[in-house]
Design a protein around this ligand. Structure first.
Ligand code: GH3
Ligand code: MG
Length: 533
């Protein structure tokens, strides 16, 4: 088939579009996107494969719904290349022969944001850096650049001095606190290098200034160097001191990174929340140093069993999180290996030996990271409730196991008991099953079979009661070995500071003065409960 006629028509159409742009001085990014999208289709149909490919590469950078303008002056090379390709010229292959040393120099965690409106320049640099193994994101104006910076958390940002909507220095002003907090490498680029501009850039806090066009044999080694520096700083501030695994800050970063990777590659990822079983009694029986040793050993086992693409973090005290590349079943298999290895370890303390187990909850990423840890935590909670030393997969179809909270009111005054019960029964807490129990004196309460290890308790204890004083009930309560899930609030009519002091001294977690103030009861109890969940 003879495409000549169509090719001529296409060249004419392109010419018309360019003339119209020249009159406008600016072209909307969305307009440019639509133009390239149509052009790509036509070019592909009439045998201009290279032009179609050119359009595809540029479409990857542009946003179909950004209304911001791109100055025509920055599209000079872009227009020239389109004309050449539409005339049937072949694309100049710019496959650089990269020195062997450079190949895969970056890893997937190198994430570079380029804020620049020179379409030809950015598409070239993007392609190049991607060949080296980095992830690259482009923003064609300052506003979008700032937004991408916060949304995507790059570790390197390249900002052009002249942008259509603001200067590169303005952009940096808006991101510099977070950039410095995260030790992001920030680079200003411009083709106009004057001492004044460079000095301004450094004074503003930018790390480097680079003149355009880049000299690649300087730019690349420079960028490798900075990438390494950034990663080593970020590693040192994101490592947990005791165990050497990542800390929560690092977990946040890796969750964002995993989400990006999954959106791009389609490979699923999962998170595992792990918590050592009965760890408090390890500390109580063998001492804190022995407890610390267990935490370190657990981390080493997990580090040894995980694959290179998995990550482990200390989430808090004796809670750990793993981010695992793969679906929930893969995660389960991996955690199973950790279970087996860790359970086999025999710890020694003096002449005593002991072993420790852990429970795990697993959830797979499903378009939102915000709920992922909560889901894993819910599964972990089930694992704890149904026997410990096991892994449970989160399943949203399963009825959620609600956490239990029981408020126990111990008071000899019927009126107070009724009033408190009424007040509390109006309290609706999502995901928590609330129950209320009443006792008319301390002796009956202590003799009753109210305790359950899987329920959290808030005990409201009257200070003065017949038979046994509230302080004595408190003292006995605090002698129990299992007071972790019990919080006590003393209700006292005595205004004496001494009584409040003795209550707190004996381990009361809070106190309430009688007569109660309006609204005070519920808010104090809610405060207390927030300490437990
Ligand atoms: P469960 O099986 O329900 O998880 O019970 P548990 O005893 O493990 O859980 P609990 O939350 O009651 O106790 C956790 C304990 O971990 C309490 C705290 O003192 C201890 N802990 C937290 N951080 C550290 C630490 O860095 N070193 C040591 N040795 N102990 C720690
Ligand atoms: Mg525990």
């Amino acid at each position: 088939m003879d495409y000549d006629k169509y090719q001529k028509l296409l060249i004419e159409k392109i010419g018309n579009a360019f003339t119209q742009w020249d009159h406008q001085r600016m072209v909307k990014e969305s307009e440019l996107y639509a133009f390239l999208h149509t052009l790509k289709g036509t070019a592909g149909t009439i045998g201009l494969g290279d032009l179609a490919e050119f359009c595809s590469a540029h479409l990857e950078i542009l946003s179909p719904d950004d209304e911001a303008g791109i100055p025509i002056s920055s599209l000079k090379n872009f227009k020239k290349n389109i004309r050449l390709l539409a005339n049937g010229n072949k694309k100049k292959r710019r496959d650089l022969v990269l020195p062997e040393l450079y190949v895969n120099k970056f890893d997937q965690e190198t994430f570079i944001l380029i804020i620049d409106d020179d379409l030809e320049f950015v598409s070239f640099v993007k392609e190049l850096l991607e060949q080296l193994g980095a992830q690259v994101l482009v923003a064609m104006n300052g506003t979008r650049g700032i937004q991408q910076f916060y949304d995507m958390q790059p570790n390197i940002v390249l900002i052009d001095l002249q942008l259509p909507d603001m200067t590169g220095l303005d952009v940096f002003e808006k991101i510099k606190d977070t950039a410095s907090d995260r030790h992001v490498i920030s680079i200003l680029m411009s083709s106009h290098q004057t001492n004044e501009v460079v000095a301004q850039a450094y004074a503003a806090g930018l790390m480097d200034f680079i003149q355009k066009p880049f000299e690649l044999d300087l730019f690349l080694p420079y960028l490798f160097n900075r990438d390494k520096l950034q990663k080593s700083i970020s590693q040192s501030i994101t490592t947990d001191g005791l165990t050497g695994v990542g800390n929560r800050k690092r977990l946040d970063e890796i969750l964002k990174y995993s989400e990006r990777l999954t959106k791009r590659s389609g490979i699923p990822f999962s998170v595992v929340m792990m918590d050592l079983d009965h760890f408090k009694s390890v500390n109580d029986t063998y001492g804190h140093p022995a407890g610390d040793e267990v935490l370190k050993t657990f981390s080493q086992v997990a580090l040894k069993e995980k694959r290179e693409t998995d990550h482990i973090f200390r989430y808090g005290g004796e809670e750990f999180v793993m981010v695992i590349s793969g679906d929930k079943d893969e995660a389960y298999t991996l955690v199973d290996r950790v279970h087996k290895s860790f359970n086999e370890i025999v710890f020694e303390e003096g002449d005593r030996t002991f072993s420790v187990t852990f429970s795990a909850g697993i959830a797979e990423y499903d378009s939102r990271t915000e709920t992922l840890l909560m889901e894993a935590d819910q599964a972990l909670y089930q694992a704890k409730r149904t026997g410990r030393n096991q892994s449970i997969l989160f399943d949203k179809n399963l009825v959620q196991v609600k956490r239990k909270l029981q408020v126990i009111i111990v008071d000899d005054d019927l009126l107070i008991r009724t009033m408190l019960e009424e007040e509390l029964s109006g309290w609706d807490i999502p995901d928590i099953e609330l129950s209320i129990k009443l006792f008319e004196d301390g002796v009956t309460f202590l003799a009753a079979d109210w305790y359950d290890p899987d329920t959290n308790f808030i005990i409201l204890l009257d200070g003065i009661m017949p038979g046994m004083d509230g302080l004595e009930v408190l003292e006995r309560l605090k002698r129990r070995p299992d007071t972790n899930n019990i919080l006590v609030s003393m209700m006292t009519a005595r205004t004496s500071d001494e009584d409040i002091k003795s209550a707190l001294w004996l381990g009361a977690d809070d106190y309430m003065m009688k007569p109660f103030q309006n609204n005070e009861i519920l808010s104090r109890i809610q405060n207390l409960s927030s300490r437990m969940f």
